[in-house]
Design a protein around this ligand. Structure first.
Ligand SMILES: [Zn+2]
Length: 728
């Protein structure tokens, strides 16, 4: 947190959306009698005081919100409003597509370490191995901030080439000749200059206790502030699919240790009280995950034992933080690795290492094989570890797809809670996911391309982290546990070492599931909002069989999707607990469900575990005579009934479900008898005594009599319901 001390004059208020309790909307019987005892049909969730999200209702000016996930959301909220993105001048056409960087060999020395100025001198070079993906490659765009001096530029170690400064972020290298398709050459850019940090702390020169620490955090597109590199341009969607293997060599004062990616190859003492650390990554690594940190770390190692052997986990901690409890907390990461192994597959960099190190950023950053963390909580450590699969091994291809990193890592926190005792603890899982419920749903999980110039939007806590995690939570409910984890395995297998888009993940998940899931990702990732639900229930006995009858309405605002298609759990208690759960496939804005039950239910709960992200949930009684589902009984209902009854053959059709009292998919006199059976006020009134089971109303005049009677009956009665189709 020391890096993020204050708000820096945003010029606008910070508004957050808070949870608000929404009272259940129980319809009280106006006249007549209730079938169930009072109180038992109220919204069961309201009784527990559960807070429901008030859709898009700005309520209070926030106080300091708590850090969620890896802390980038909170840091972005603070930082980027104060420091607008620099150098947003668009990309160069050849920058991403016409080259394939195979290897980066980066060598830097840090000198003139000045914590007061948050700057040091970086002197070094990057020797890039590049394959041409053009039939005639003559220029290469690289990123290197313009205060650095390029001291030399060589192709194949010997041929000088020219480098022109294009913008604050960008240089253009003119090659000595045209390089043909698939031709491989090296480009070495040597540079020196004083560092200027940006964003989350892309190159930080700070102090902890009384000692300096130099560290990097390039995400999303700030590698150019400390090394010459091929990267997407600032403020454009980017392309993280060109990964390369890495050698990184850092020379630092002799009293510093250097933490970095991959395996430590050597530590070489140099003249002038310096040490040179050489790390190497054989796994391809995306630009923004390349990092180092240097200070007077205390270092220790614990082995992660796995079916194939052991792998070192290395810890670099500030001496003042080196306590037994902090060591214990960090060492828990080997348990997390063992837990994630069956869920995600083996740790993706198993031939190298994992590591944790202190750095000044207030949160964590999932640098590949070596995560920076300022804290020790299980949620932070499990989040960053999950990123090694989701973000590092499989990387979001563009910043529009950031939820494939952050939503997955946030979901990883919940999986750690679920399985950390060694058995599946469903209760802990639901507690974890509910505590990560978004407090606002007014924007999409997917980041529109134009918004990727705003890291505050990219790392938005509600959408990229919380709602992103809920996308996985809901996907798990749609496809079931076994398929869900198979989806993760197969998605990893398809994109490990590379990068994926949302559509890539959707296609992979659909293939694994065996059914198209495009609709799911469309409504939950690309579109905005979440459903608001209203439900009502009753039970009816037809032919000796008791049926539970449930009506579900979606009432979300018109700017949200009209219908969120989802399986909805309905938990039914008949007599004493436990309850039985039915699942209805809810794909209409207003829909009825019927399930056979052993006796009249006493408690009916709507999605009690909250598998679905919803804004509000209200519970309403079904009202006899309410044939158009507006929860009121009036003459409009008789228009509905009349239209159904006098329709072709009286067959059940759209909107007529409410008039089919006995559930035979036909509107006829039998319905009237069924209605009477439930109505306890007495027998069939004499004015409709002609109406017998199965009898169709033959004439308009008789129909008029029936309609009049029904009006009298229904207006004063709250009683049994109707059915649509029996769902097993
Ligand atoms: Zn994260």
């Amino acid at each position: 947190m020391s890096l993020l001390p204050v708000y820096r004059g945003w010029g606008q208020s910070v508004v957050c959306f808070v949870l608000a309790t929404v009272a259940s909307a129980v319809v009280s019987p106006a006249m007549g009698q209730s079938v169930m005892p009072p109180g038992e049909r109220e919204n069961p969730l309201a009784a527990t005081g559960e807070a429901l999200v008030a859709a898009e209702k700005p309520a209070v000016v926030s106080e300091e919100p708590s850090i969620v996930g890896c802390g980038k959301a909170e840091a972005a909220r603070r930082w980027f409003r104060a420091d607008p993105v620099e150098g947003f001048q668009g990309g160069v056409a050849e920058a991403m597509g016409e080259t394939d960087v195979l290897h980066n060999d980066l060598t830097v020395e840090i000198t003139n370490i000045n914590t007061g100025a948050n700057s040091c001198t970086l002197t070094g070079q990057n020797r890039m191995t590049i394959q041409s993906k053009s039939p005639s490659l003559t220029t290469i765009t690289i990123r290197l901030r313009n205060q650095f001096t390029v001291t030399s530029a060589l192709v194949n170690d010997t041929i000088p080439v020219s480098v022109a400064t294009l913008t604050t972020t960008t240089r253009t290298v003119t090659l000595d000749r045209a390089y043909g398709m698939d031709e491989v050459f090296t480009l070495t850019i040597a540079y020196t200059g004083a560092t200027v940090s940006a964003a989350f702390g892309s190159i930080e020169v700070r102090s902890h206790s009384v000692t300096a620490v130099v560290s990097t955090l390039s995400e999303p597109y700030y590698a150019y502030t400390w090394w010459p590199v091929k990267d997407g341009d600032v403020g454009v969607p980017g392309d993280n699919s060109d990964k390369a293997t890495l050698d990184i060599t850092v020379t630092a004062p002799y009293n510093f240790s250097v933490a970095s990616n991959g395996l430590l190859q050597s530590v070489t003492p140099l003249s002038g009280n310096r040490n040179q650390y050489h790390w190497s990554s054989a796994y391809p690594i995306v630009t923004y995950l390349v990092s180092f940190a240097a200070t007077n770390y205390n270092v220790w190692t614990k082995n992660y034992v796995h079916p194939g052997g052991t792998m070192p986990v290395e810890f670099f901690i500030y001496p003042e933080n080196d306590t037994p409890s902090n060591r214990t907390a960090w060492e828990l990461v080997t348990d997390m690795m063992a837990e994630f192994r069956p869920l995600f597959g083996e740790y993706p960099f198993i031939n190298e290492k994992y590591g944790l190190y202190n750095f000044p950023f207030g949160g964590g950053m999932e640098h590949q094989t070596m995560t920076g963390q300022s804290g020790y909580s299980q949620s932070l450590t499990s989040h960053e570890l999950a990123h090694q699969w989701w973000g590092d091994a499989v990387t979001c291809k563009t910043w529009s797809d950031i939820w494939l990193n952050e939503g997955f890592a946030t979901y990883g926190e919940c999986l750690w809670e679920e399985y950390k005792t060694g058995v599946d603890n469903q209760s802990a899982y639901f507690t974890a996911i509910l505590s990560r419920k978004p407090s606002s749903v007014g924007d999409s999980v997917y980041i529109p391309a134009f918004a990727t110039s705003d890291p505050y939007r990219i790392f938005n806590s509600n959408y990229s982290y919380r709602k992103g995690a809920w996308v996985l939570h809901m996907l798990r409910h749609v496809v079931g546990d076994a398929t869900f984890f198979r989806i993760l395995h197969e998605y990893r297998a398809a994109y490990e070492g590379s990068a994926a888009t949302t559509d890539d993940f959707a296609a992979s998940a659909s293939a694994t599931y065996g059914q198209d899931l495009t609709w799911f990702f469309d409504e939950w990732v690309y579109q905005i909002g979440a459903p608001a639900y209203r439900y009502g229930w009753d039970s009816v006995n037809v032919g000796g069989q008791e049926y539970l009858h449930v009506k579900i309405d979606q009432t979300q605002m018109v700017s949200y999707p009209n219908v969120f298609v989802m399986p909805v759990d309905i938990a039914v208690t008949v007599g004493a607990p436990p309850s039985e759960t039915f699942t209805g496939w809810n794909d209409q804005r207003s829909q009825y469900f019927v399930w056979p039950v052993t006796a009249a239910p006493t408690v009916v709960q709507f999605d009690p575990n909250q598998w679905i992200l919803r804004t509000t949930l209200t519970n309403s009684m079904l009202v006899v005579g309410d044939m158009n589902g507006d929860l009121a009984v009036n003459s409009t209902d008789f228009t509905t009934f009349t239209n159904c009854f006098t329709g072709a053959g009286g067959q059940l059709a759209g909107g007529c479900e409410n008039a089919d009292f006995d559930g035979d998919a036909d509107i006829d006199c039998t319905d009237w008898v069924a209605f009477q059976t439930g109505w306890t006020a007495g027998g069939i009134p004499p004015e409709i005594a002609f109406c017998q089971a199965g009898q169709q109303i033959p004439t308009a005049s008789e129909w008029g009599v029936l309609a009049l009677s029904l009006l009298i009956l229904s207006a004063g009665t709250i009683i049994h319901g109707r059915r649509q189709t029996i769902q097993a």
